[in-house]
Design a protein around this ligand. Structure first.
Ligand code: MRU
Length: 348
């Protein structure tokens, strides 16, 4: 059952099409785009129509349905191998969020298990809907568990957008904030603006305002000053990939926040489903970091702000070492002071 403070669903399957809320246009416009072609879906992921690790996983699962449908399985007996080209394009749409590959691999397993005479598209669609629903349910569980760790009237900082928009619905870090707010445990949320895509200013502020949860924006560089002056209780963020040793990849600037949090005695919580944990990445050093075009930094809304001839360095994720993380909260449980042994136990 849908919860209180749970009004946003960025991904839908309607009239045999994938429907995505175009997050590039928020908060100015709430506009939905329809997709019938998997390559268009891959481009939507690369171009940030949909973003956030679990959300791109859910989107990719529906993308697999479209890819198979376009192969026309009834007429193409080689569809299972032919579709692989499209699945690779989909998996390569963004490199850091493991949820993307995780969802495609889960869909691949369903393809491999199909029995003669079974109708692949309907079965794959059911699986994509299940992945979507399970993501929302995981967020509810994460949020209930994590909210227990917060005291009444807490002040928290979040970075980027790990909300309903970044997931199937409800959110990870913002899910925790939603549940904790319902329990009167949140006084105020500070949202880092999150340069250069401004996920904090555009998306997190939009989501929280829509639910009437008190939110104040701050420039990314103001977090240390905020920690010294306002003494917030928690930094709460999501993740794109958690390595086996507990190192956490998330939006660029998360590492800065965690270092500052250590200096100022602020606790750091990472809220993420187990589909974000990659036991194949032994440490953060093995997590591929996405670098995006330098124009994202050199221009603001298409207008160049840096002098002509100046270039920019634009990694869009960073890795926070496990030693700076107080707790990773998943739907399977809470891992305090994460390390390899504890993550292995969680995943076993
Ligand atoms: O580049 P983005 O907007 O896809 O980055 C998103 C993040 O970094 C989120 O914090 C992360 O994916 C977790 S979302 C629940």
């Amino acid at each position: 059952m849908q919860r209180k403070y749970d009004s946003i669903r960025p991904i839908k399957w309607e009239n045999d099409q994938l429907v995505l809320l175009d997050q590039r246009l928020l908060p100015a416009k709430e506009h939905y785009l329809q997709y019938e072609d998997v390559i268009d879906v891959a481009n939507a992921i690369t171009e940030m129509v949909v973003r956030g690790a679990p959300a791109i996983g859910v989107t990719a699962a529906y993308g697999v349905v479209l890819a198979v449908r376009n192969q026309n399985p009834e007429q193409n007996s080689n569809w299972q191998s032919d579709v692989e080209v499209d699945l690779k394009t989909l998996a390569d749409a963004r490199p850091t969020a493991i949820n993307l590959r995780w969802a495609i691999d889960r869909m691949r397993k369903v393809i491999a298990a199909l029995k003669p005479g079974e109708e692949p598209i309907e079965i794959l669609l059911q699986e994509a809907k299940l992945i979507h629903q399970q993501d929302i349910e995981a967020n509810y569980k994460i949020s209930d568990l994590a909210a227990e760790m917060l005291e009444i009237n807490s002040t928290v900082i979040t970075h980027c957008n790990a909300g309903a928009l970044a997931t199937g619905g409800y959110g990870t870090a913002l899910g925790v904030i939603r549940s904790a707010y319902e329990q009167k445990k949140i006084k105020l949320v500070y949202a880092d603006e999150t340069r250069p895509w401004l996920q904090g200013a555009r998306l997190t502020a939009w989501e929280l305002q829509k639910e009437n949860i008190p939110v104040k924006l701050l420039a990314d560089g103001a977090a240390a000053m905020l920690m010294r002056q306002e003494k917030p209780d928690w930094v709460i963020v999501g993740s794109d990939r958690i390595a086996a040793n507990g190192d956490v990849a998330n939006k660029i600037g998360t590492y800065n926040l965690a270092v500052n949090a250590k200096q100022h005695g602020v606790k750091v919580m990472v809220a993420a489903p187990v589909s974000t944990i990659d036991m194949g990445s032994h440490s953060g050093e093995e997590i591929p970091i996405e670098y995006r075009d330098e124009s994202e930094l050199l221009k603001i809304q298409g207008q160049r702000v840096a002098p002509e001839g100046v270039s920019a360095w634009n990694p869009v994720f960073d890795v926070t070492p496990a030693c700076l993380v107080d707790a990773i909260v998943t739907e399977r449980g809470i891992v305090k002071s994460p390390n390899l042994e504890k993550i292995k136990t969680l995943m076993s």
